[in-house]
Design a binder for this molecule. Structure first.
Ligand SMILES: [Zn+2]
Ligand SMILES: [Zn+2]
Ligand SMILES: [Zn+2]
Ligand SMILES: [Zn+2]
Length: 129
């Protein structure tokens, strides 16, 4: 199982406190963006748990059947296309095995033929490559 860093969890906690009733499936985003590949164009799927059932992704309020989503602002005042939802910030950087803080890129060591990227934990000083 992937363990998220403390920094990542805090962002998520803030979000949970701000919108306690947000949709757990899409994290309040209202849908899922697929970046696409060389062969396929980017795609977007609306979330089946909230917008798909005419519920606000952020607070769960009912959306009228004939709602025009192009106007973006929902009857409850939230935006359907919500850019603030936190995404995981642990990707691309290692998480400290000791204290679960996000590590920072520290230096590159040339080790024989290999260049090793060294990361350092700002909290406990643990190093990893
Ligand atoms: Zn949803
Ligand atoms: Zn709402
Ligand atoms: Zn994370
Ligand atoms: Zn640490």
């Amino acid at each position: 199982m992937f363990v998220h860093s403390i920094e990542c969890e805090e962002l998520q906690k803030e979000w949970d406190t701000k919108y306690p009733n947000h949709c757990k499936k899409c994290n309040g985003a209202g849908g899922f963006v697929y970046p696409g590949t060389y062969w396929e164009p980017p795609d977007y799927d609306e979330c089946s748990e909230c917008v798909g059932q005419m519920k606000c992704p952020l607070c769960g309020a009912d959306i009228p059947e004939d709602w025009d989503f192009d106007t973006e602002v929902l009857p409850c005042g939230h935006k359907y296309d919500n850019p603030e939802a936190p995404s995981c910030i642990c990707e691309g950087l290692p998480v400290c095995q000791e204290c679960r803080h996000l590590m920072e890129w520290d230096k590159t060591w040339a080790n024989g033929e290999y260049e090793l990227d060294i990361f350092k934990c700002p909290n406990c000083g643990n190093e990893t490559s």
